[in-house]
Write a protein that binds this ligand. Structure first.
Ligand SMILES: C[S@@+](CC[C@H](N)C(=O)[O-])C[C@H]1O[C@@H](n2cnc3c(N)ncnc32)[C@H](O)[C@@H]1O
Length: 358
């Protein structure tokens, strides 16, 4: 017979094992400390180790995996762009041995055995024991998993197999795309650059459309503040929205004469519109956030109740969390309800706010 107190200690240890989640977390370059802070605010003490400075870290939470995923889903983080749960850690100094171990472990996972399709996301550090490209590592792993007759796909996979290879430890996990916060490897969503594309800024609005599921084609009249050279404007015109573009700077010549476009070459502080003239307001001014809020809230009378606003907020400060809180509070005072706030992959030192007027 095992004495009762020893049995209880063993059980507690088992439970403690369960109440423990390891995540490989990714933020935009330089913003990992804020993603770490978001996790600390959600889960209390968080142990973390940087894997790629300022960008990727592995975090250990004293919470069970399901509870952790649920908490993150209920309070979506702004700076934590992507995560995957670590279910297996391998000694990685010998890359070939680590691949075999990873493949052997994966082949035994129920999710992998029963899955019809999966995506393999591979990333590595610069000094990783895997000296070739992540793509080559993915191919090797795929070859090892060939007997499973699993369809490897990029789009809408049933499961995502993640592998992060450093010089001495390789981290692996199997998860659903929604639990990773993104179905793109590391949350790095890529769009094809189109011929004649006016600006890279367009990618920000494309990404916001996907991230927040914004039905851009359902709007009729948009106000674009700080519109030049016209990446956002061209995106909205493509979605069939009429656009009023305000900017003292010149719009791209390819937009001139577009029947759905009105251009006002003025400072946005000097323009006025009819009440409720627009059902969409977008603003990407790359300007002092406090000035931007003043300017945008001054024009909100022209946005219908129920109308949408998509706005980038430049983080010109060492205290972005406090700044974001202040900016959101000011918009809320102006009857804007925040639906989403996120540092998108295509945002640099800024975040994107998605709001609805009530
Ligand atoms: C980052 S660019 C916008 C890029 C644009 N979203 C695109 O997709 O091409 C910022 C623009 O804001 C404009 N801007 C800055 N302050 C402004 C103001 N007070 N009123 C109107 N436009 C302003 C600048 O002239 C500049 O063209």
């Amino acid at each position: 017979m095992i004495p009762l107190d020893i049995a209880i200690i063993a059980k507690e240890e088992e439970l403690r094992e369960e109440l423990h989640t390891k995540l490989v977390c990714t933020a935009n370059h330089g913003f990992a400390p804020y993603a770490q802070e978001e996790l600390r605010r959600l889960f209390g003490s968080v142990k973390s180790t940087m894997l790629i400075p300022g960008e990727v870290f592995v975090a250990t939470l004293q919470t069970g995996p399901e509870e952790a995923v649920e908490a993150i889903r209920l309070q979506p983080p702004i700076f934590l762009r992507h995560l995957f749960p670590v279910q297996m850690e391998m000694a990685g100094a010998d890359a070939e041995a680590a691949i075999r171990e990873a493949a052997g472990w994966l082949a035994q996972q129920e999710a992998v055995k029963e899955a019809r399709s999966a995506a393999i996301h591979v990333r590595k550090t610069d000094n990783s024991s895997w000296a070739h490209s992540p793509g080559e590592l993915r191919e090797q792993l795929q070859q090892h998993l060939a007997p499973l007759e699993l369809e490897f796909t990029v789009q809408q996979p049933e499961w995502i197999i993640s592998l992060f290879a450093t010089d001495d430890i390789w981290y692996a996990g199997v998860s659903k795309a929604e639990d990773n916060l993104s179905d793109w490897n590391g949350g790095a969503i890529r769009f094809q650059r189109e011929e004649g594309q006016i600006s890279r800024a367009k990618f920000k609005l494309l990404e916001a459309e996907q991230q927040f599921s914004i039905p851009f084609a359902s709007y009729r009249r948009a106000l674009d503040i700080g519109a030049a050279p016209g990446g956002w404007t061209s995106f909205l015109l493509e979605r069939g929205v009429e656009v009023t573009a305000v900017d003292p700077a010149k719009m791209h010549p390819s937009l001139s004469g577009h029947s759905g476009l009105r251009v006002i070459r003025k400072n946005a502080a000097e323009v006025s519109f009819r009440e409720s003239e627009f059902d969409l307001l977008v603003c990407d001014m790359s300007w002092s956030p406090k000035q931007m809020v003043k300017l945008v809230t001054g024009l909100l009378y022209s946005l219908q109740i129920g109308g949408t606003a998509v706005i980038t907020v430049k983080l010109l400060t060492k205290k972005p969390m406090a700044l974001i809180k202040e900016i959101i509070a000011q918009f809320e005072e102006a009857r804007m309800q925040v639906q989403g706030a996120k540092q998108l992959f295509h945002n640099r030192d800024e975040i994107t706010l998605y709001m609805i007027k009530y």
